[in-house]
Ligand binder design. Structure first.
Ligand SMILES: Nc1ncnc2c1ncn2[C@@H]1O[C@H](COP(=O)(O)OP(=O)(O)O)[C@@H](O)[C@H]1O
Ligand SMILES: [Mg+2]
Length: 329
């Protein structure tokens, strides 16, 4: 697999007047490969936008080396600009007085794309984002969700090797976010040379969309792997949930028997008459013992569910607290 991006010991320090210098990105290293969707996941203020601005040559690193498409972001930024594009979730895509199509054509001209080819691509991508029917609508008449899709098309029209998306689904409803995520997935699949680097503070988005992620917290890299591996590394203990149609389980001996192998929590719900048993097992195979104990005691099992860890669990485990936004000073 080709390396699309190489980041080595990247630091970025902001200096504002007489204020103390602020380390927004602190000694971060990671690689992004072609053909993957790479996510920078972290709370607001973590340093994600700073990193993506450095990768897209809008900001200089303070220390460290960054190569994009094999080019150095400080010495060869001109070459990088031809092979990348950046779309930020919150921005507006151009001038309200232009139509969707006019505005996209204008952006294609910044990339020197020949008009026939530009029009072909604009049609193709507007159809993909289900906006072809709105091609003659003025930009300032579009909803947030539609604007976000047009922003994305603007990023796709130059057919970059590397597409940077800063919070691509910020403020969108579930349906709007789903459309954007699907297009991003399809676009990367279409050509093995492509890569997407996106930032998000939505755990579920990183989990669903990204092949690999870097979790960033207060400017530091706290984890770097595929979502699956990250979830596996923390799930040494296995969680299961058993629902029984029985009322309160009062058999003390049974409770003791089950607790000998695992940590168990019984919760009775009088409304449904059900009892939910939450099990924390050291080993997955212990579930067999639990099930046979319940059967021996004539306790019917209505459902058995393994509770999979989430990226939020990973974050709590690594950082020691919930995924909250950083306070800005
Ligand atoms: N131009 C700037 N000058 C000073 N501090 C900044 C500047 N831009 C961002 N910061 C600070 O750097 C930190 C990281 O910001 P940012 O990269 O935007 O984080 P994120 O995108 O993860 O929310 C924040 O604490 C922010 O206040
Ligand atoms: Mg940001």
């Amino acid at each position: 697999m080709d390396k699309a991006i190489e980041v080595k010991n990247l630091r970025r320090i902001y200096k504002k007047g007489k204020a103390e210098p602020f380390i927004a990105v602190d000694d971060i290293s990671f690689d992004v490969y072609s053909d993957e969707i790479f996510g920078l996941l972290g709370p607001n203020g973590a340093g994600k936008t700073t990193i993506i601005k450095i990768l897209s040559t809008l900001l200089y690193p303070t220390e460290g080396t960054v190569k994009v498409g094999g080019y150095d972001v400080v010495k060869e930024s001109d070459k990088i600009r031809h092979i990348i594009n950046l779309v930020s979730g919150g921005e507006s895509a151009g001038y309200g007085i232009l139509t969707v199509k006019e505005s996209l054509w204008m952006f294609s001209q910044f990339y020197g794309i020949e008009t026939n080819e530009a029009m072909k691509r604009i049609e193709k991508y507007l159809k993909i984002v289900e906006m072809w029917n709105s091609r003659n609508t003025l930009l300032n008449k579009l909803s947030t969700g539609m604007m976000q899709r047009i922003n994305l098309v603007r990023g796709l029209v130059s057919e970059p090797k590397i597409l940077f998306l800063d919070e691509p689904t910020l403020g969108l409803d579930i349906e709007g976010a789903r459309i954007i995520r699907n297009i991003v997935k399809e676009w990367v699949k279409e050509n093995k040379e492509r890569a997407v680097v996106l930032t998000t503070h939505y755990m579920a988005e990183a989990d669903e969309l990204c092949d690999r992620i870097a979790i960033i917290n207060r400017g530091k890299l706290v984890a770097y792997d595929s979502p699956e591996s990250l979830k596996q590394t923390i799930s040494i203990e296995k969680f299961f949930e058993i629902t029984t149609p029985l009322g309160e389980i009062s058999d003390k001996d049974l409770i003791k028997e089950m607790n000998s192998k695992s940590s168990i929590n019984f919760t009775h719900y009088p409304e449904s008459g059900e009892t939910i048993i939450l099990l924390r097992l050291k080993e997955e195979k212990e579930i067999a013992h639990i099930i046979s104990t319940l059967e021996d005691n004539n306790i019917e099992i209505k459902s058995l569910r393994k509770i999979e860890p989430t990226l939020e669990d990973v974050f709590i485990k690594l950082v020691g607290r919930r995924f909250e936004d950083e306070e800005k000073d």
